[in-house]
Structures are given as structure tokens and as C-alpha cells.
Design a protein around this ligand. Structure first.
Ligand code: SF4
Length: 486
């Protein structure tokens, strides 16, 4: 690997591991694709990205094809910051589009890493978006660089684009069929050629990817909430290892890679996905309510009220309250306009950021025994601040309830997690964590209850960050670890 690309990766990973990161598991990007000749797909894609904004706030981008040329607009920032003038985006009738919101897991938060990536190769133009993480990225990069490839970004999308270009078949499907077996990891890729759209899901289906229909045209999205936003109907989930090719002949599906099983990220249900999305037939809000109900049965508390950390824990908190017959209250408010705490420069300012972002309703919690439901504890610093905040607001007792088991292992599949050492759940007992956080009591949902709430079997889920059992063989993971060490 060249010095330059090692340096780039090193910078990216230093940024990734810096203190600027939020004390949360962070989302994995969102993708959207549509094949609808004659429609105004720039604006439609923009609306879909608004619905997927929770999956990534670092950059946004849309590539549209008019049948001859692929046009690209992307930039750093929220969808509303990148696409400021929807009228100006009114385009000539287009054929197909892919779009993306990004939260960097590999590839760092450099402007050039914003997606879609647009390449020119001997058979025309190709725009690529992805979410997830290739665990053999470094190995692939070295392989390609040894053979003369020059990289402009540090994204997995560019790796795959180079592989496709190397195979160089006129038929994109043929190039992909050759390139995909080289990939190891968790991924959804969408490819836009001048007159076709192709979607691929990894053989374990770690991240969700759904197929829908809008005005008779096919659409693909990370989450079904994007379908609702544009008025599309959900058809089905893309299967693990499946490739769909959408063009003027309609949709063709093929099993591009053999799949042993679905291993859907269970954290999608717990935290990442929007409550109005449905994944593999389960509504996220209802799964979270069930997590809360089971949590209440497992770790009941005598309290005056139950409140949830907005927004991801509200559904679980309502389930918890219903189960025990305790009033559910809005105990705190999230200021949605502050932006991301992880862009702030250091721990001291970041701690201010948490207070700016969440504020308790003093009159509601004063003198009360409060159950606070949160979805997870990662490093523990946010939980500590949360508990402090309620005590400062006058709460008599703060019972912290977590609607998932302790996070004990990092994620290698495209979700930002701290290292083993930083994960408070990997080395401390629950009572030690409670003591550090300062809560009156602390209860985590049990592993089995988490599985049963999701309504899928354990073998259909990835639960690695709770169990340490990774569905994809560790071969190649050493590369990921090496990248993290650079
Ligand atoms: S390790 Fe955890 S966050 Fe990563 S894919 Fe598996 S369940 Fe999801």
C-alpha cells in the first residue's frame, strides 16, 4: 500500500477514534435508489434522503442518470445543507438515481469520501453508494494498488468500483458477479449505470435493504420510512446475497453469492432504524415496545414515572411504563437543532454538548422517583451525565433501565463502536457500572429477551456486540484491526 493511502487511512482512523465521537453506537449510512424513466428523480431522491437522515449526517449526495450522462451533486453536511434549493434541482426527465447519507465508519469524514462515487471506465460511467464495512478492505486495497490502481478516496465504494473496472466486462452484472466474491464484510451496494440500477446485499444481510414500488417503478432503500415519505409501497426485503438488476426490462433477481443465513444487525431494532420502518416484517417501534415490556418484567422498579431518552428510547420507555402501570411522562427534551456532539473538539466541550442537547423538565421530575429508559450503554459517560442531570433537576431516585444487554464487543460491520477497552460493559460488572454512573439502580435487558423481542431467531440475527460471536468468519478482521492500529 502506498504511503499516501496509509497516511489517509491513518488520518481517517485517528479522527474516527478521537474523543470527538459521540458516546453511542453510530449509524451506518443510508442508501436509496430508483429506476423511473421520465420522472424528476433529483428531488424525489432528496425527499428520500430526508427520511434517511438519521442514518448519517456527515455528508449527502445524489447521482442521477438522464440515460446518457450521470450527473452528481454531493457535499458535506445535512441533506438540507447540501441541497439548499429544491426548485433549482428540478431537472430534465431522468432515468434512474442513487443517493446516500453518510456516517463514516471506514473512510473517515473527508469531503472526498462523500458518496455517491462517480467513476468513468471503459464502458461508461458508474455511480456507487454503499453502507456497511468491508473487513478485508486493506487486503483488497493492497491487491489493487500492487496492480496499478490509484485511489482518490478511502471508501469501500471505490474499492468495489476498481474491482469492477478491472474485470471490465461490458455487462455490469458480469463484472459484479466476478467482483463480489472478493468482498468480505457487511454491505449493501447500489450501482447506477446510464440505463440501469443494480442493488446487492451481502450474504448475511447484516444491514437492511428493502425493495419497493413507486408509481409502478422499482425503488431500493435502507429503510422503509423512505418509501413512506415518497409514497412508495414496500414489496419485500432484498435477500442475503441477492443481486437485483433493474432496467427497462423490469427487475431481474439472482443469487449473486451463496448465503448460509440471515444475520440481521439486532441493533437496527434497538437503536439505528426509525420507529416507523419495518425490517424483515417487524415494525421497529413495536419491537422496541416489546423490549421495554420485557425489560420491565426483568427489572421492575417502584417509581413515580417512566421517561425515555429521546428519540430512540421513547418506544421502549412506553412499553416499560405500560407493563408496570406506571405513568409515562416526557421527562426530558432533546434540542434537535444543536447538531452532532461528536463534531465538537474535546471532552470538556463535548460534556457541555450533552447538556445542551438534553434538558430535563424540572417540574416533572422534581422530588420524584424516575425510571429512565435508554437503549444502550457504550462508554458510560453519557449515561453518567444523564443520571446527574436528573439528580440536579431534583429527582429523588434515578433508576436506569437499558433496553439491550451490555455491549461487550466492537462492531466490524459498519457501525462505529469504541475499542474493547473503552466499552464499559466489556470489563465491568453491572454493579460496578451502576456505581460509576451514579444511578439508584441499573438493569439491562437479558440477551434472550432481546432476541425474543425482535421476533427472529438467534441464528437470523447478528448479536456480536452483545455476545462476541461474529457471524462472518474472522478471516480478514485482522486487516480491520490493522487499519485501526495505523
Ligand atoms: S456487531 Fe452489533 S452493531 Fe455490529 S452488526 Fe452486529 S449487532 Fe449490529
Amino acid at each position: 500500500m502506498s504511503r499516501l493511502s496509509r497516511k489517509g487511512l491513518k488520518e481517517d482512523l485517528a479522527a474516527e477514534q478521537s474523543e470527538d465521537r459521540h458516546d453511542r453506537m453510530e449509524e451506518a449510512c443510508g442508501v436509496f435508489g430508483i429506476f423511473a424513466p421520465g420522472e424528476d428523480l433529483f428531488r424525489l431522491s432528496c425527499f428520500a434522503l430526508f427520511a434517511l437522515q438519521h442514518r448519517g449526517q456527515e455528508s449527502a449526495g445524489i447521482a442521477v442518470s438522464d440515460g446518457k450522462t450521470i450527473h452528481l451533486k454531493k457535499g458535506v453536511g445535512l441533506v438540507s445543507e447540501v441541497f439548499t434549493d429544491l426548485e433549482a434541482m428540478k431537472n430534465k426527465p431522468t432515468v434512474a438515481a442513487v443517493s446516500h447519507v453518510r456516517y463514516s465508519t471506514s473512510g473517515g469524514s473527508r469531503p472526498e469520501n462523500a458518496q455517491p462515487l462517480l467513476i468513468e471506465y471503459r464502458h461508461g460511467s458508474l455511480a456507487v453508494v454503499h453502507n456497511g464495512n468491508l473487513i478485508n478492505a486493506l487486503e483488497l486495497r493492497e491487491f489493487l494498488e500492487d496492480r496499478g490502481s490509484i485511489f482518490q478516496t478511502t471508501t469501500d465504494s471505490e474499492l468495489v468500483a476498481h474491482l469492477i473496472a478491472r474485470y471490465g466486462y461490458r455487462d455490469l452484472e458480469a463484472s459484479l458477479t466476478s467482483a463480489l466474491p472478493h468482498l468480505r464484510g457487511a454491505y449493501n451496494f447500489l450501482f447506477l449505470a446510464e440505463n440501469s440500477l443494480v442493488g446487492v446485499r451481502d450474504p448475511y444481510g447484516i444491514h437492511p435493504l428493502s425493495l419497493g414500488k413507486w408509481k409502478g417503478h422499482y425503488v431500493l432503500a435502507s429503510e422503509t420510512c423512505a418509501f413512506d415519505t415518497i409514497g412508495a409501497e414496500m414489496i419485500r426485503d432484498i435477500e442475503p446475497g441477492e443481486m437485483v438488476i433493474i432496467d427497462e426490462n423490469g427487475l431481474t433477481s439472482k443469487q449473486a453469492l451463496p448465503s448460509q443465513r440471515l444475520a440481521l444487525c439486532v441493533f437496527e431494532y434497538i437503536y439505528f432504524a426509525r420507529p416507523d420502518s419495518n425490517i424483515h416484517g417487524k415494525n421497529v417501534h413495536l419491537v422496541r415496545k416489546e423490549l421495554g415490556r420485557r425489560l420491565a418484567r426483568e427489572h421492575p422498579a417502584q417509581a413515580d414515572l417512566v421517561t425515555g431518552v429521546p428519540d430512540s428510547s421513547l418506544s421502549a420507555a412506553s412499553g416499560f411504563a405500560e407493563e408496570l402501570g406506571i405513568p409515562y411522562e416526557m421527562g426530558m427534551i432533546k434540542n434537535k437543532y444543536i447538531g452532532r456532539t461528536f463534531i465538537q473538539p474535546n471532552q470538556k466541550i463535548r460534556s457541555l454538548g450533552v447538556q445542551l442537547k438534553l434538558n430535563p423538565i424540572y417540574k416533572v421530575v422534581e422530588g420524584k422517583s424516575v425510571v429512565v429508559v435508554d437503549d444502550s450503554i457504550v462508554r458510560g459517560t453519557t449515561s453518567q451525565k444523564l443520571v446527574n442531570m436528573f439528580f440536579r433537576a431534583g429527582a429523588r431516585e434515578v433508576h436506569l433501565r437499558i433496553s439491550s444487554p451490555p455491549v461487550i464487543s466492537p462492531c466490524y460491520y459498519g457501525i462505529y463502536t469504541p475499542t474493547y477497552e473503552e466499552l464499559i460493559g466489556s470489563s465491568r460488572a453491572v454493579e460496578e457500572i451502576r456505581e460509576q454512573i451514579g444511578a439508584t439502580s441499573l438493569g439491562y435487558l437479558g440477551y434472550q429477551n432481546m432476541i425474543e423481542s425482535a421476533g427472529l431467531t438467534e441464528s437470523e440475527l447478528c448479536t456480536a456486540c452483545f455476545s462476541g460471536h461474529y457471524p462472518i468468519s474472522s478471516k480478514g478482521r485482522e486487516n480491520y484491526d490493522e487499519i485501526r492500529r495505523l
